[in-house]
Design a protein around this ligand. Sequence first.
Ligand SMILES: Nc1ncnc2c1ncn2[C@@H]1O[C@H](COP(=O)(O)OP(=O)(O)O)[C@@H](O)[C@H]1O
Ligand SMILES: [Mg+2]
Length: 312
Amino acid sequence: MSTLPQSGRGTVELSIAPRAASDDDEQPFADSSGNGGGVGPTGRAWRHIPEPSLLNGHGPAKILAVCNQKGGVGKTTSTINLGAALTEFGRRVLLVDFDPQGALSVGLGIPAHQLDRTIYNVLIERSVGIHDVVIRTCVEDMDLLPSNIDLSAAEVQLVTEVGREHTLVRTLRPIIDEYDYILVDCQPSLGLLTVNALTAADGVLIPLECEFFSLRGVALLIDTIEKVKDRLNPKLDITGILATMFDPRTLHSREVMARVVEAFGETVFDTVINRTVRFPETTVAGEPITTWAPRSAGAKAYRQLAREVIAR
Ligand SMILES: Nc1ncnc2c1ncn2[C@@H]1O[C@H](COP(=O)(O)OP(=O)(O)O)[C@@H](O)[C@H]1O
Ligand SMILES: [Mg+2]
């Protein structure tokens, strides 16, 4: 995706869980073949998505910032599950927890609050290198740069740094050739940490909840993206807008979906993530839905998203 939607257009009003005995959902996931044809949940026909190519080697990574200053829209869930789905297509993935809440780390079963070294130390202390902090996850080929509450201090400490907006991209440089995708899970704000993520990124993935007020604030987000593109990172583009928490049974969800497509057109992924209790369950389980319930509609949807992301 190369064009940013005009900012004005975004202002439209509007204990461990037991593993399920069977993870097959009753409703089959609509046309996950990605071969086009048929009307998808966005109300448009599915576009053709080519089969992901096989890779001979890895890197340099494409950096994607998963960003929306609204909380609870599915940023962290999408980062974990898109990352895990990308590994199924042979991609090596690094997830960056860039939210002091540490939900990404916790969602992968990592007790981030107990870690002595996190992304905070790499950002702030010259003596700590990124390889000292990256850890493996339960998913093969998916690593994590964890964070915890320490990161909240970085926002303040970085303000006086020279080149403060480029701190994350400098931090990631030594590791970029080892991965195909680096996904940065942003905090729900447009502050300095998020600007750092946008400055490091090749693309932005915007999860958007299918709720009435979801489009509020998107204009401000797009405005921020355009400013970063203009002043700090000319290569930045919106990779796509991902509709999340969609309930196909309600008229409300379908109406919001129609407004989102009207406002953002082709930028909206054909893949839509339905609202299902399976996602909160995976957080408790500390693993992605692709391994927790591999045949569920949610797992299939994130695999479909991975194909779209690879194709863009
Ligand atoms: N598609 C979905 N359906 C139902 N619940 C979801 C879905 N995606 C995420 N959730 C849940 O909603 C909450 C917020 O999601 P999260 O990914 O943490 O959002 P964010 O990172 O944007 O704050 C979490 O409890 C998560 O388990
Ligand atoms: Mg989050």
